[in-house]
Design a protein around this ligand. Structure first.
Ligand SMILES: [Zn+2]
Length: 474
C-alpha cells in the first residue's frame, strides 16, 4: 500500500482519540516544567499503543521518551505541550474572554503540536508492525518547557539524541509550508541586585538602591543595542522593582533578560557583555549583583534533504477540506485581528493571495518549497539544539485563521476548532510519511547527515546551558 495512504488510514482511524487528547491538554494549560497532567495523558496514550516509556529523563520531571521497534535507523518525533502564562481564554469565542483571569492558555498551539507528533509516532509504529521486514526504531520525545526553560537543550546535553538518525517536528501556523528556516539562539538570565534600605527622606546617604542598579543596567544594555549584530535582540522585564514606597530606599530589585543572536558564539559574546554591564551597575550603585541562568537554546540548522522529502509528502497528502461553518468561524476570528498584524501577514504571501485569504482565511494551499532560500526568524526554539546534532526538519501547518498572531488570546481561542484538529492530523500524516520514507531509504539519511556536516563546517555544538545548571526539580 502507498505510504501516504497507509499513514492517512492510521491517523484518521484514531482521529477521535487525538482530538480528545489535544483538547484535554488545551484545558490543562500547564506552563513549562509543570506539564504533569499533559505529559501523563501523552505517556498513557503511547503506553497503550505498545511504546516503552522512560519518564523523568535528563532531570526533566515532565520529560519522557517513548520508543518502539529495534535497530536502525532511529527516527525521533519531537512533542511539545507547554502553555503560556496568563493567557487564559474561552475556546471558540470571538473576543478576549478569560476562562479564569490570570490563568494560563495555549497561545502557541502546543496542545496540537504534542499530539500531532504523537499521532505520527503511532502511525510509524503501525507501519513497522505491519511490515516486519522493515527495521527501525521510532522515538517520541516529550519535550517540556519550549516557551521558557528550553527542555530540549537538556535532552541534547544529556545525550538523548546521540543515537538518533533524523528528527521531525511541526508547528501550528497560518499557512502550510515546509520552511527552510533558521532562528536566533537565546540565553535567558535573571539579575538580582541587593542594596541597603534606608529612610529616603531622612537618611538617603545611608541607603544603596537596588532599583537604581536595575535602572542603570537597563540604560547600559540599551546603549549596547547599537553595537550588536543586526538580527540580535534584547528584551527585559523588571520582575521586582523593590516595593511600592518611594520613601524607602529599595534594598532588593530584579530584572530578567533574554538575549538573542543568529549564532551560538554571538549570543555567548552578547551575554558576557550584558553580565559586565550588570557588574558595572552594581559598582556604580554600591550594590551586590548575582544572576541566575534560566535557560538557553541554539539556532536552527536547516536541512534541505529532509525538508524536500517532507514538502513532497505534504504536497501529496494535500490540504484538508473545510466546510462553510469552519470558514465563517475563521472569518470571525480574522475580523478580530489588529489591522497592522493583518498587513504584516499579507507581506508574507503577497497582495493577491492576501486578498483571497482575507475573504477565506483558511489556507487552502501549500506554499512552494523555497529550496536554498533561507527564511530567518528572530525568535527562538529549542528545536535548534536538536538540529545541531541530528538532521532535523519541521513543517508549519495551518491551524489558525490567516493573520492570527501567536502568543495572544486569538491563538488560544482557536486551539479546539475543527480546523485546528484537521491541521494537526495533516501534520501527523506528513511527518509519518517522511519518517517511513527515510526508514526505507538509508541513502536519504546518509545524505541528510552529510548535509548537516557540511553546514556546520567543522563547528562543534556548544550547549549554551552551563553544566551546573539543571532543570527545576518539582
Ligand atoms: Zn510554539
Amino acid at each position: 500500500m502507498d505510504i501516504n495512504l497507509f499513514v492517512s488510514n492510521s491517523v484518521e482511524e484514531k482521529s477521535e482519540l487525538y482530538t480528545s487528547l489535544s483538547d484535554q491538554i488545551w484545558s490543562f494549560a500547564e506552563i513549562g516544567f509543570n506539564e504533569n497532567q499533559s505529559s501523563a495523558v501523552l505517556m498513557n496514550a503511547l503506553k497503550s499503543e505498545g511504546f516503552s516509556i522512560q519518564s523523568g529523563i535528563a532531570g526533566l520531571t515532565t520529560g519522557f521518551m517513548a520508543s518502539f521497534g529495534s535497530g536502525n535507523p532511529v527516527i525521533a518525533f519531537l512533542g511539545e505541550f507547554d502553555a503560556l502564562a496568563e493567557l487564559s481564554q474561552e475556546a471558540g469565542v470571538f473576543g478576549h474572554s478569560p476562562v479564569i483571569e490570570g490563568e494560563n492558555g495555549h497561545g502557541c498551539g502546543h496542545n496540537l503540536l504534542g499530539v500531532g507528533s504523537l499521532a505520527a509516532a503511532v502511525a510509524v509504529k503501525e507501519y513497522l508492525q505491519s511490515h516486519p521486514e522493515v527495521k527501525g526504531t521510532v522515538h517520541y520525545f516529550g519535550c517540556p518547557a519550549e516557551e521558557s526553560g528550553y527542555g530540549k537543550a537538556f535532552l541534547v546535553r544529556e545525550g538523548y539524541f546521540r543515537d538518533v538518525d533524523a528528527a521531525l517536528s511541526w508547528h501550528p501556523h497560518i499557512l502550510n509550508v515546509v520552511p527552510h528556516g533558521s532562528t536566533n539562539a537565546v540565553v535567558h538570565a535573571t539579575f538580582n541586585f541587593k542594596g541597603i534600605s534606608a529612610h529616603a527622606g531622612a537618611f538617603p546617604h545611608l541607603g544603596r538602591s537596588a532599583l537604581d542598579a536595575v535602572e542603570l543596567m537597563n540604560v547600559g544594555a540599551n546603549y549596547m543595542r547599537e553595537h550588536m549584530v543586526d538580527q540580535a535582540r534584547l528584551h527585559y522585564a523588571i520582575t521586582n522593582a523593590g516595593g511600592i514606597s518611594p520613601n524607602v530606599v529599595q534594598a532588593e530589585a530584579e530584572v530578567t533578560y533574554l538575549v538573542r543572536a543568529p549564532q551560538i558564539t554571538q549570543v555567548q559574546e552578547l551575554f558576557n557583555r550584558l553580565v559586565r554591564i550588570a557588574e558595572g551597575a552594581a559598582l556604580m550603585t554600591g550594590t551586590q549583583m548575582e544572576y541566575v541562568f534560566e535557560g538557553a537554546c541554539a539556532n536552527i540548522i536547516p536541512n534541505n534533504t529532509l525538508e524536500s522529502l517532507m514538502h513532497q509528502n505534504l504536497s501529496a497528502l494535500g490540504v484538508p477540506k473545510y466546510n462553510e461553518e469552519e470558514i465563517s468561524m475563521a472569518k470571525s476570528f480574522y475580523q478580530c485581528i489588529p489591522e497592522q498584524t493583518k498587513k504584516e501577514s499579507t507581506y508574507l504571501v503577497g497582495p493577491q493571495l492576501g486578498s483571497i485569504l482575507a475573504e477565506r482565511p483558511l489556507a487552502g494551499f501549500i506554499v512552494p518549497y523555497s529550496g536554498e532560500n533561507l527564511r530567518f526568524t528572530t525568535s527562538s526554539t529549542d528545536v535548534g539544539d536538536v538540529s545541531w546534532n541530528v538532521p532535523t526538519a519541521q513543517c508549519l501547518i495551518s491551524t489558525l485563521a490567516f493573520g492570527t498572531p501567536k502568543h495572544t488570546w486569538l491563538t488560544v481561542a482557536q486551539g479546539k476548532t475543527s480546523y485546528a484538529h484537521k491541521g494537526m492530523l495533516l501534520a501527523a500524516k506528513t511527518m509519518a510519511s517522511t519518517a517511513i520514507e527515510a526508514m526505507l531509504n538509508p541513502s536519504i539519511i546518509e545524505k541528510a547527515k552529510s548535509e548537516l556536516k557540511e553546514r556546520l563546517r567543522g563547528e562543534k555544538y556548544i550547549c549554551l546551558v552551563p553544566t551546573d545548571v539543571h532543570p527545576p526539580a518539582k
